[in-house]
Design a protein around this ligand. Structure first.
Ligand code: IYR
Length: 254
């Protein structure tokens, strides 16, 4: 009975956050009522190939590092477009695809973004984050000065659509929008890495409203993440971090 209560509460929360009244809702599903189901095209790799591919993919993802020093060299725009196309393949709650990717290469807008973020981050570091947080970050040598925001040829700013809008102007529920956008961001990071570019997973604290205004985003969108994208500076350094071993992250039941 307790689990039932918890489940009911979670569902109520989803409905509440989307201001949905179930007694006064659309009769029609958001997707087509007659949505066709078609055969899935798939060719099964040999076990040998499965292992080979899984290992190759690990090598690629394991080479990814957060880079804070960017080259100013240009990157062709169509590469960024392809990368974003990959991110848009992420699964989403009820196939609502609740994401918007804003790509900025304009110098002035990048400068404005940098100004907004550095102003807020200086307050974050000096006042809001507190001693423990800034102490924990010390080994990573981060601070509120963010040259990468103007050095990198592109800034990808990801917004989550907390709800959508139907043609009749009614709200469309974006189930699990937070999770869906997080998965899309994971694919985005991996696509950047696979293409041979670098990025930095940045979550500018308290900058949402100002960035949203600058980038002319509508009411239903919230800032999720900001990724500078480009080549690393020739003298870029990274902290010498270790990853947890497989044994530390894996629990198996056979
Ligand atoms: N957003 C800040 C602070 C920061 C926080 C964490 I947690 C990091 O892993 C890194 C930085 C900044 O971008 O500097």
């Amino acid at each position: 009975r307790k689990t039932k209560k918890i489940i009911k509460k979670n569902i109520d929360d989803i409905n509440f956050h989307n201001s949905i009244d179930n007694d006064d809702c659309d009769e029609q599903p958001a997707l087509s009522k007659n949505l066709e189901h078609i055969p899935f095209e798939y060719s099964r790799p040999s076990e040998e190939n499965l292992l080979k591919r899984a290992r190759e993919f690990y090598d690629i993802t394991n080479a990814r590092r957060t880079i804070r020093f960017f080259s100013k060299d240009k990157v062709p725009k169509n590469i960024i477009r392809e990368i974003i196309r990959s991110a848009g393949t992420a699964p989403s709650g009820a196939h609502t695809e609740p994401w918007t990717f804003v790509v900025v290469s304009n110098k002035n807008i990048k400068m404005n973004i940098r100004k907004i973020i550095e102003t807020e981050e200086e307050i974050n570091y000096k006042k809001r984050m507190g001693k423990k947080w800034t102490t924990d970050l010390m080994p990573l040598k981060t601070n509120w000065i963010k040259e990468y925001l103007t050095d990198a040829p592109y800034l990808i700013i990801v917004f989550k659509q907390v709800y959508g809008l139907l043609p009749d102007g009614k709200k469309k529920i974006h189930y699990y929008n937070e999770m869906s956008v997080s998965i899309a961001c994971g694919i985005l990071l991996t696509a950047i890495q696979y293409a041979g570019l670098v990025t930095l997973t940045s979550t500018p604290l308290n900058c949402g409203p100002a960035l949203k205004k600058l980038l002319e985003r509508p009411d239903n969108e919230k800032l999720a993440i900001l990724l500078p994208v480009g080549y690393p500076a020739v003298d870029a350094t990274v902290p010498k971090l270790e990853r947890k071993s497989l044994d530390e992250i894996l629990v198996e039941f056979d």
